[in-house]
Structures are given as C-alpha cells and as structure tokens.
Ligand binder design. Structure first.
Ligand code: ZN
Ligand code: ZN
Ligand code: FE
Length: 763
C-alpha cells in the first residue's frame, strides 16, 4: 500500500478535472481526495502501489478534453487508511497560477436538453454544463468558483444545487449552472418605449420564448436589435435587407468596413460561401470564431446585401454559439449581420445602460439579460490559407486568454504591453505565457481605460505584480508611455525594456513554436517604429532570441501629410512618383493617382515633399499596397485598415501575368528592395498592371529565401492577412521549413507575445 500526494499544474480548473479524477479513483477503488488550489489541483491517493501508479498514468493519458497538464509533482507520504475518494472544497493559497479559460460555445448535449420538452431547462437560453458556457467573461478572480464569478448573485435552487454537488452529474461544479427557476432571465427594451425594461418571468411559461420570438419578428421587419451575448452586445439585423444594412451603416457611421454574419447553421453557411473541411471544423469548434470564407459566385435566396461586405468577395461567418442565438434562429431563416456593439474603435459595450447611452440612436430594440458581463470580449476572427495555415486575425472570445506553455520556468514575472493598434497584453510567469484578448486601438481615452482595466483584471487573475515591463520602441505609443510611467512610479522595479516592433512580430512566432534558433523573417505590416527613427514595415530580418539583423527592406518613401497618407492611398502613390519623376513629368501623367488630385494640390504636396514638411520616411509594405491600389485605379481613399489589400485581391488577379519579380522589383546587394520598376509600369497606366504586384511579391519572397537555404522562414505582420499573397508564397516555398503564426494573431495582436519572449531571454 502507498499514499501519494500529487500537485498538478496546467489548465486543470474549470475543465471537469476533479470529477474525472474522482471517477478514475472510485472505479479503481482508491481512497483519498482532490481539491483545486491556486496553483492548479492537489490530490492525495491511497491504495495498492500498482493501482495508484495506473491511476496517475490514466490522469496523464486521459485528462478531460479541455485540460492541459504541464507538470505533475509526486510525493510519497504516510498512509492514513482512507477508503473513499472525495472532492474537497477549494483552498485559496499561494500563487495564483492556474489559467483562466476562454468561453466555450454551447455543447451538443446541452442543446439536446434545451430542445427536450420534458427537460426542466426546455427552451432555457442560459443552459450550460462543465464542458460549455461562459468562463472568462464571468470571472472576477480565481479560484474559478461560483462566488468569484458574476453568477454569485443568483442563488442556486435545490435542483441545480443537487446537480452541482453530484460528482456523477454533467454539471458537477459547473460554476454558471442555472435553470429557469433560479438563473438569469431575458428582458427586452424597445426604443419607442424609451428602452423601458420588459422582463421575462420564466415561471410564466412561454415568456422567454415570446421575447425571443418578438426579437425575431422585429429583425424580420427590418429592425436593428442589440442582442447580449457572452462578452458584449451584437448589433444584429437582417443581412439580406439592403435598407436595414444601409441604415446600420449610416447610424453607426461605418461606411464600408465589412460586417460579420451569423448564420442559422452550417448548411446556410455553405449556401453563401465555399467551406473547406478545415473551415467547417473551425465554424463548428468550441471556440466558434468568425471564419473568413470565400463567397460563392452564384447567389442564393438568402444572399446578403451588397452593403455587408462592399467590394470584396469574402464573408466573415460565425454560427450561433450561445443557447440564446440558437433559440433566436428557431424563428429565422436568414443570415444576420452580427457586429460588435461599440462606437467605432471603442471597446465593446458590456451593459445595457451603456448601450442605450452610446448606441440608443443606432438600435430599435435591445434583447438583454441579467447575467453581468465581468470581462468584455469581442468575437475571434480566423482564416484558413491554402488549406495549411490557420491564421488568426483576432484572438478573443473562445480562444483568449491564450495560454502557451513554456518548457523552462520563467524567472521573473513579466508583463508586455503590446502595440498601439490591435493591442493585447501578455503575462509571462512560471511555465506560462498568457496572451490577453484583443483590446483594440489605443488612441483615445476610453480605449486606454479598457487597457488599464484589462491589466488590472489580469493582475488580479494571477495575483501578478510585474517584475519587468516590456514595451514597443515607439516613444509615443500610449502603451510605451504607460509602461514608463509605471516603471518610474515603482522606482527600482520593474525595469522597462523596449523591443523593436518588427522584431517583436518575429519573436511572437518563435514564442508560439517554442523556438530560439535563428530564422529568416519577412515582417511586413503598416507601421512600426524602426531603430533609425523612421517608420518601418517592409522588413526582412535575420533573427534569434539574442537580437536581429535587418538584411532587407523596401526602398524608403515619404508619407505626404503623415497620418493623412494612411487614409489616402493616392498620397502614398504620389510620393513614390515624386521619388522617380520630375514634377513636370508627374503633372503630364494620365494615371488614376494623378487624376485624383488637382494641379495645385500636386504642386503644393511636391513643395512639402521637397522640404520634408510633415512627410515622415517609411519602408512600409502596407503603404506599397496602397500605392498600387491607387495607381491601379482601385481606390484613392480608404475607410478601414487593409481595405486596399482586400480590394486588390478582389480585383481578380491573373496568376499567369507575372511569375518573376524581375520586372517589378530590383534587389540590391545591401538588401534594398527597390519598387521603382513596379511603380514605373503602373505610372504608365498599362492595363491591369496592378495584377502583377501580388505575384511579384511572392516571387520576391522566394528569391530572398533562396539566399538562406538552411533557415526556417517566418511570415508575420498584417500584410500577410492577404490571402492571395500567402497562398502564392506557400506554394512557392512548399519545400521550405516554415514557421507560421497559427495560435497568436498574425498582426499587431501578437506584439505583446513577442515582447514577452524577448524579456524571457534577457534574464
Ligand atoms: Zn454543455
Ligand atoms: Zn436552478
Ligand atoms: Fe505590426
């Protein structure tokens, strides 16, 4: 006989770990106990040595599906003669290291119960179990126990309490357990009744139902309804109704940025878009993200309005992921626009009064409920490239907080504060790096408040006081300023470390693959502060955890009017023309860029360019896309980031046109990549010359990569969200060792992760 004490760390709380262990122990007739503590779980087990060994092995080999075991420490202790195995209440002690889990889409078993008229949760929109439902969004602090969640305000009824305490139940210690008797309730507010609350009393049978039906009717009639989900509200409306979608665009002042769709089911998704096996898997996954899909060429009866994704041939599609969404679609046979309820660029709204205050003018009704959202979170966004690369564009609901295991223990508690756009933060400690959900763009007061709130939340979750802070090299990033201030306020510690933006992009990919060796990286994005105080963005870096060498970059050019150039591709193109041609030559041109300006505007901008007034220097690849779109007559102004790239892709690239980079780019010995040949072709207005651009870029990558035959290749930065470009590169580099970001975002959402990876290796 032996008695072992095991301390298990990893993702072991809130995943049905204790009931699984309990089942294994009772089946093997072993005695002892298990409990959650702030480091993970601790258990003691007693019985014949072989049986105890087999029991521990079984935990390692068959943990619950959502669990991830990082370490098991085993210690042999004195036998006490325990026969039964019990689950002890949680003990709050020591370091809070157990990761908080993301929210999980409603599971099949719960849906079946919800559809069963004899079940006590029939039609109940808040049904959940140990394997599904809210987590991060309801968690105030850890351990993840009901009193530490926003469910604390709902007293469990006897029936729920019984399930909660029964280790054999599917809802054993399911913290958000609820039923119509004791749980959250829906309510509805109508604009024409001044958003007065109309509550559902679920005890009066059918009222929940009638509110949902009413909501569906409003949607069918063309109303815009805010519907509370897991991490915030969606603005929903009938996606097939031109007028309604247009009204939503007007009211929300969002002229052309694509809206996401929520569709009834997989079948409906397949009538709208091509869905590969991988994409189907993602749509149906427990993370339930928005999946970017290629629209079908033939339109069907429920075809969305042109205004949902103006000018581009993609749909962002998600399936219903809360029980409420499923119930709503019982009454609907149309795809819905489902876009985050926020003012543009502000954080997602998480309670009804805030919604009415900020978006009362946008919505006709609100379908609300009384389960508070503790932590707001947006929907995640993903796309599959070449059937190989699962590329995350936004890591949020279902995926974040993203926990990445680290092999070697991390010495210091590190906090990385990320970039200014698509901001996320990362904490590194113990054997973990945790990446926060998408926080957003940090220009403005509200977003900075949201950033600080997220920092506070994560510090509370992990009882975390940073010993080192990492930020971007950019002196004017809000996050840089914040990190320096905090660092200063703490005088000695934490130390603030600055990491160059594109190097951080590369490090992020290395972090998620646990790599520290040298790589050849293409870090292409819109903007990032360079070590020479100019704006980088078209970089080729040789990098390892020690540092990097800039072995290639685009020929630099100027951004006419600074920030303005980012919204006006024509300004970027004009500046490139100024680099190559005289002012008279430019004025004599007949291309779309030149035609987009008056003669006096061109002369004035040329003066500014000559004198270098408000014309920062850049090597940005994102801006080169803009220039090509302008000269190609595709767009002169953009309404959202990345628009020019999407429009270029939609402009039906003829893959045969250019297979070599030779006629578009010229590579110099020192690594300079000159775009002059490309711009000359475009400036001459040769028909469909913009078609050559993306294939030429892919050829360029192949040529540079060939110079480093032994190195793994990293592709990172927002430019690689361009699917056509990536597909072409992947097919050209099919025999190379590729390191691609496929857990963390490909864009600035991963900067914090890269910063953390840098600090970990600076110890
Ligand atoms: Zn469930
Ligand atoms: Zn109940
Ligand atoms: Fe970037």
């Amino acid at each position: 006989m032996v008695r072992w004490r095991c301390k298990i760390s990893g993702v072991v709380q809130g995943v049905g770990f204790r009931p699984t262990v309990y089942r294994y122990a009772t089946r093997a007739e072993l005695g002892g106990w298990i409990r959650n503590d702030s480091d993970g779980v601790t258990l003691e087990v007693e019985g014949p040595k072989e049986a105890v060994k087999a029991f521990v092995r079984r935990i390692e080999e068959e943990p619950p599906s959502l669990a991830r075991i990082d370490t098991i420490e085993i210690e042999s202790i004195r036998i006490v003669g325990e026969r039964d195995f019990i689950i002890q209440p949680s003990k709050d002690s020591g370091d809070k290291k157990s990761p908080i889990l993301p929210d999980i889409a409603v599971c099949e078993t719960c849906l079946k119960e919800m559809r069963d008229p004899t079940d006590r949760r029939f039609g109940y929109p808040f049904i959940n179990c140990t394997e599904c439902g809210p987590r991060y969004t309801i968690t105030k602090t850890i351990p993840y126990d009901r009193p530490n969640t926003s469910m604390a305000i709902f007293g469990m009824c006897d029936a729920c309490r019984m399930e909660y305490e029964d280790a054999a139940s599917r809802r054993y210690h399911a913290q958000p357990i609820a039923c119509p008797e004791c749980g959250p309730r829906l309510n509805m507010r109508l604009k024409n009744e001044n958003f007065k609350e109309e509550s559902a009393n679920p005890k009066d049978s059918g009222i929940n139902d009638s509110l949902i039906e009413k909501c569906a009717t409003l949607l069918k009639e063309g109303a815009i309804v805010a519907v509370k989900g897991l991490g915030g509200f969606h603005l929903m409306c009938d996606a097939t109704n031109d007028k309604t979608v247009e009204r939503l665009r007007k009211r929300k002042r969002r002229p052309d940025k694509p809206f996401a769709l929520m569709v009834k089911n997989l079948e409906m998704a397949k009538t709208l878009a091509h869905v590969s096996e991988k994409e189907e898997h993602l749509l149906m996954s427990k993370e339930s993200p928005i999946v970017l899909l290629k629209a079908k060429a033939t339109i069907c009866t429920h075809w969305p309005s042109e205004k949902v994704t103006p000018g581009i041939d993609r749909f962002g599609v998600m399936l219903p992921y809360t029980p409420l969404h499923h119930l709503l679609f019982d009454y609907l046979d149309i795809p819905l626009v489902a876009t985050s309820a926020n003012l543009s660029e502000e954080p997602i709204v998480r309670d009804c009064s805030e919604l009415v205050a900020k978006l009362g003018h946008v919505v006709d009704a609100v379908l609300d409920h009384d389960r508070p959202i503790e932590n707001a979170i947006d929907d995640s966004v993903v796309q599959v490239i070449g059937d190989k690369w699962v590329q995350w564009l936004r890591v949020a609901r279902g995926v974040a907080p993203l926990n990445l295991p680290v092999k070697k223990p991390i010495e210091k508690k590190i906090m990385a504060v990320g970039a200014n756009q698509k901001n996320t933060i990362a904490l590194a400690f113990g054997h973990n790096i945790v990446l926060s959900p998408h926080i957003g763009d940090l220009s403005g007061i509200e977003p900075m408040e949201y950033f600080k709130r997220t920092v506070a939340t994560f510090e509370r979750f992990y009882d975390f006081a940073p010993e080192a802070l990492v930020h971007d090299l950019h002196p004017n990033y809000e996050t840089t300023k914040w990190a320096k201030k905090v660092s200063f306020a703490n005088r000695v510690l934490p130390v603030a470390v600055a990491v160059q933006h594109h190097y951080a992009h590369v490090l992020a990919v290395m972090a998620e693959h646990g790599v520290d060796r040298k790589v050849l990286a293409f870090a292409w994005d819109g903007t990032g502060y360079g070590t020479d105080d100019t704006i980088w963005g078209g970089e080729v870096l040789l990098a390892d955890v020690e540092g990097f060498e800039r072995v290639g970059h685009l020929r630099s050019f100027r951004l006419l009017g600074g920030e303005k150039a980012i919204r006006e591709p024509r300004r970027v193109a004009l500046a490139m023309l100024f680099e190559i041609f005289s002012i008279d030559e430019v004025l004599a041109m007949q291309n779309p860029t030149v035609r987009a300006f008056s003669v006096s505007e061109i002369r004035m901008l040329h003066q500014a360019w000559l004198k270098g007034i408000n014309t920062p220097i850049t090597t940005s690849m994102g801006r080169l896309f803009d220039a090509v779109a302008s000269l190609g007559g595709i767009c002169q102004r953009i309404g959202y980031e990345g628009e020019s790239g999407l429009l270029l892709e939609a402009a039906n690239i003829d893959k045969e046109v250019a297979t070599e980079k030779g006629n578009c780019f010229k590579c110099h010995e020192d690594g300079l990549v000159d775009w002059e040949p490309l711009i000359r072709i475009l400036a001459a207005g040769e028909k469909k010359s913009a078609d050559r651009f993306i294939p030429a870029l892919a050829a360029l990558v192949e040529e540079i990569a060939a110079q480093y035959p032994d190195l793994a290749i990293v592709l990172t930065g927002g430019v690689f969200q361009n699917r056509t470009l990536c597909e072409m590169i992947l097919s050209r580099l099919s025999n190379r060792d590729l390191l691609l970001p496929d857990k963390a975002p490909v864009n600035d959402g991963a900067i914090a992760l890269g910063q953390a990876w840098c600090a970990i290796h600076r110890e």
